[in-house]
Structures are given as C-alpha cells and as structure tokens.
Design a protein around this ligand. Structure first.
Ligand code: ZN
Length: 339
C-alpha cells in the first residue's frame, strides 16, 4: 500500500482489490509527497518512491566512501533496462547485493532511507547464474509488482544505468568522460565540459470530442487491434502543450483547445519522461497521417467496453500512463490490456 494514499485517506488499488484511477481534487498528495494543483493522476507505477535521493551527499567524497564500505549498504545492479527481482505471487522485490559483491562498474548513489541505509546502483553486468525464483526483469514488467520503495529505486537505477551505458564519450571532442557527483554527472577530462543524464520529454494526450468520446489510435508499427491515446516527443524549442496541439493535428487532423496537465511518469526505456494531458477537440473530423497512424476513431465508453469485451481492441498495460489516462476518462477499471 502506498504510504501517501494512506496518509491522504484516498483510494488505494491494493485495498480496493483492483486498480483504481482517480482524478484527485486539488491538494491531494501523491506517492512522492508532492502535490499537483488541479486534477492529477497519482500513484503511477513508475512515479513512486520512498528513498530520499539525498543529492546534497553527492559531492561528499568522505561520506560516499564510508557508505560504500558500510555492511548494510544495498546495491542495485541494472543492465539493459533490467534488474534482478524475486517474484512471489504477483509481487516482486528487488534483489540487492552488498558493495563487496557488486560488479566493478560505473557506480551511482540512489539515495538514503529513513533508517540511514544507503542505496547505490551499478551499471551491470548482471550475474549469469541466478538462484531459483530470481530473474532479470525489465522495468516495464517489474514496475507494477514492486513496492513504492523498490519501484522508485529500480526506475532511478535503470534510468542512470541506461545513460551511463550510452553516453560514454564527450559530445564536443569525443574523449571518454569520467563520472562525478556520485555518478549523476560526467565530465570530459580534455575540455572540462560537464554532462548530465539526458531525459527526452514526450507528451501523451487523451483527446475528447463534445460528446465526451475519446480518440484512440493504432500506430502503424503496432499489430492489429492495439490502440492507445496519441503520443509524441516534444520538439526542440517547443512547450509540452504546444507539442500536444501539434502532434494531435499532425497525426489525426484534429485541432484541440483546453489542454489540461494530468501528471507525469519517468519511462526510462531508454530515457523518456511521459507528460500526460487531456485535451478538448474543436475540430473532430479525423484525417490520419498514414505514415505514423494506421487508424484512429472516436469511442464512447459503451463503444470501448464492447470493443474490448469482443476482443476487437486491446489497450496499453497498467504500467503505462496511457492506460491510466484512458481509465481515468472511462471511470472504472478496464480489462483486455496488451503487454
Ligand atoms: Zn571533451
């Protein structure tokens, strides 16, 4: 159970027996303890966490050395978007190692919990021989099954490991870079330029028409029957809400107004941040961009339920913000997801 939902006295999926999405009134807390003004999606699977990132310790070399030598320090090894998890009855927990058993690879501080236990991440490699019940799980699969603490730690570890795996050289001069700030930054030893983890913002939006029908589309790359809300990367020099209007227009010919922010969730696969929105259409005639979108249609709630129940449509998995956005419009739990 998420502590914030408990503290706020709100609905919690674990207590209500199914995933419950709600549009909170202003002032409700989220699993991170942060408050969004306006309606918000809370407890998104990958936007949880219970360990303070303790960024003030990242420059404290003496503390970092001491923490790495402490016997109770826990290390998450992340590689290629996966980490070791123990799975038991639809619940998963991260498998930590002590610093002495961690691979000698790029290391980064994840944070410190309320008991003063330090958590680090290491960018692979994962061991090849695994005990029974332990698997290297992709974040997409593990995220919804993990506790608030472990979901936060794995999301941060995977995001940083992905960056370290990819951004090894200076973009200015091509020299190999070295880490600093406890693995949260890299510096070029030749020209002293500093580089920080790259995050690509992407917007994702549920568009409604005046009858409150939802616009769902199938990407040209997806198999038959899979549909979702529209999404796309924010371009250089563009605001997130401008990206919403542009992508909707480009992909479906629909124009929107009244863009409402719903919440965000990191999606480090490999390095996105999904910014969720609702938008109201002012022009509802659909003209799809055939390069990107195979088909797009307006669905009433009854249409959608019938299409899912008949197997004609499948929706994104609950770990995704897309699923939560669609569910928040629909007003109840939705079956029939693809993974
Ligand atoms: Zn350089």
């Amino acid at each position: 159970m998420s502590s914030a939902a408990s503290a706020a006295g709100g609905l919690d999926p674990a207590r209500t027996g199914g995933e419950v999405t709600r549009l909170d009134p202003p002032g409700e807390g989220s699993a991170t303890g942060l408050v969004l003004t306006g309606p918000a999606l809370t407890d998104l699977a990958l936007a949880r966490g219970a360990v303070d990132r303790s960024s003030y310790l990242r420059a404290n070399d003496a503390w970092l050395a001491q923490a790495w030598a402490a016997p109770d320090t826990r290390v998450v090894v992340a590689e290629h978007g996966t980490a070791l998890c123990e799975i038991d009855d639809e619940q998963a927990s991260l498998v930590f190692v002590g610093p002495e058993r961690a691979p000698a690879s790029v290391r980064f501080l994840l944070g410190v919990d309320e008991l003063n236990t330090a958590f680090f991440g290491v960018a692979g490699p994962l061991p090849t021989a695994l005990p029974d019940g332990v698997r290297a799980l992709p974040l997409r699969e593990a995220g919804p099954l993990l506790s608030d603490r472990d979901a936060g730690l794995m999301t941060e570890a995977v995001a940083l490991a992905n960056w370290h795996e990819t951004f090894t050289h200076c973009p200015r001069c091509g020299s190999p870079t070295v880490t600093f700030a406890a693995g949260h930054a890299r510096r070029c030893p030749v020209d002293a330029s500093e580089h920080f983890p790259r995050v690509d913002p992407a917007m994702i939006v549920l568009v409604t028409d005046p009858d409150d029908r939802a616009l769902l589309a199938r990407n040209a790359m997806w198999p038959e029957r899979r549909v979702s809300v529209l999404a796309g990367f924010v371009e250089a020099g563009e605001s997130a809400e401008q990206a919403v209007a542009r992508e909707v227009q480009e992909e479906t010919g629909i124009t929107v107004r009244a863009v409402t922010y719903l919440g965000s969730q990191p999606w480090p696969m490999p390095q996105s941040l999904m910014l969720g929105f609702r938008a109201a259409a002012t022009r509802t005639e659909i003209t799809v961009d055939a390069d990107e979108i195979a088909e797009a249609h307006w669905y009433s709630r009854a249409d959608l339920r019938a299409a899912i129940e008949s197997g004609a449509l499948r929706l994104p998995p609950p770990v995704s913000i897309a699923h939560r956005i669609i569910q928040s419009w629909y007003g109840a739990e939705l079956p029939g997801t693809w993974t």
